[in-house]
Design a protein around this ligand. Structure first.
Ligand SMILES: *Cc1c(COP(=O)(O)O)cnc(C)c1O
Length: 382
């Protein structure tokens, strides 16, 4: 392997043993280490660790970033989805339409409120669900839809919102992969009734642990989530809702405030990498992701498709290029959801995607040489 591709001190064994990692978390941490150290130090000096000024400031800054009037930070992305549905009154007896090809958290949030996830096969080009597919999957008890901006590509929201308006449905965007992504010039996060975000460390905006948020323009919904995250408690020892404990802590909020200031710049670097891949990867066995003209993706991951996916992954690994499958088994084929009784073949697009998708290295810290090496490696497959 050429010296320009050695990662030297940037090797993160828990993430990848390969010279070109899928995502270089350690490089991201090191770039901001001084700023992050200072922000954590300020929290230690204050020693106010739960629901203090950092969370208040982060909630304000993130709402503004997402173009929403409110942001309520919570303990994880799953929790954001769960509390978003719960605050909207979704529960037992309700159906919620979800993509068949999402990370299982989207489904688990529906199960957690006692409702039923109803899978919808995605569009084979964008990998996102369309208003037409959602409409034909509608059941008499459908109360809500969770469109996922999968891989950072916004779902086509206008027709979904038009249909939801007609039918009185609650729309919760799953924006866990789409920090900064734009749909028709508007940031995702205020396109539906509410949006759920994750700050898991690998996400475009990642904490140093778990974290999440719900953004919304609905003041009453925001207030319910604010109560639900904190034992349903408006003031100490007064409990008006059966809430839970799901709070972003002050240290994570302080770190996220630092990282939020760099998000646009880091997303721009992701976009540069994506554009080079789209221009330079030319291999008849590889299908590249498609971004419609109205979309500006966040490029959380760069997902190619290949009928010989496992061979491609082995070929890349032999050259020191890491890759990952998002996702190898769709939720309806997981043991957790055998109770829903969906047979193999029930959602053919999702199932074919699970056999063909491969995420190749992406992130703000890939060097030009690394990008070139990935391009050459993918082009050499055959
Ligand atoms: C990461 C992710 C989640 C869950 O977020 P956590 O913070 O890990 O709980 C939910 N939905 C999607 C699409 C995700 O990618």
């Amino acid at each position: 392997m050429q010296t320009g591709l050695q990662r030297g001190k940037h090797v993160e064994p828990s993430e990848s043993e390969l010279p070109i990692p899928l995502i270089d978390i350690r490089a991201a941490t090191l770039e901001l280490k001084r700023e992050i150290d200072d922000s954590i130090s300020a929290v230690l000096d204050r020693s106010h660790f739960i629901l203090g000024p950092e969370v208040e400031e982060f909630d304000r800054a993130f709402a503004s970033y997402a173009g929403a009037s409110h942001s309520v930070s919570v303990g994880s992305g799953l929790s954001a989805l769960h509390l978003g549905l719960s605050a909207a009154g979704i529960g037992p007896g309700d159906d919620v339409l979800v993509p068949a090809n999402t990370f299982i958290a989207t489904w688990l949030a529906v199960s957690e409120v006692g409702a039923r996830p109803v899978p919808v096969d995605p569009d084979a080009t964008t990998c996102n669900v369309t208003a037409a597919a959602l409409e034909s999957a509608m059941t008499p008890t459908t109360r809500a839809i969770i469109p996922v901006h999968l891989y950072g590509l916004p779902a086509e929201m206008d027709p979904i919102m038009e249909m939801a308006g007609r039918r009185g449905l609650f729309i919760l965007e799953d924006a866990a992969q789409a920090h900064g992504a734009e749909y028709r010039g508007r940031r995702v996060g205020s396109l539906g009734n509410a949006a759920a975000w994750s700050f898991y460390p690998t996400k475009n905006l990642g904490a140093l642990g778990d974290g999440g948020a719900v953004t919304t323009n609905d003041v009453a919904l925001a207030e319910r989530i604010r109560l639900l995250r904190n034992y349903g408690s408006p003031t100490k020892y007064v409990h008006t809702l059966k809430g839970t404990n799901s709070r972003l802590d002050e240290i994570q909020a302080a770190v996220l405030r630092v990282k939020l200031r760099h998000l646009d710049e880091w997303n721009a670097r992701r976009k540069t990498v994506a554009e080079r891949y789209l221009r330079q990867i030319q291999n008849p066995l590889i299908r590249l992701p498609v971004a419609p003209s109205w979309a500006s993706p966040s490029w959380y991951v760069f997902v190619v498709r290949c009928p010989r996916r496992d061979d491609l992954q082995a070929h890349l690994k032999a050259r020191g290029v890491d890759s990952m499958i998002h996702y190898p088994v769709p939720p309806h084929r997981q043991g957790a959801y055998t109770d829903l009784g969906h047979a193999e073949g029930a959602f053919p697009v999702a199932e074919r995607l699970s056999a063909e998708v491969l995420s190749i290295p992406m992130g703000p810290h890939l060097s030009d040489e690394q990008v070139q090496f990935v391009v050459d490696s993918v082009n050499a497959f055959g």
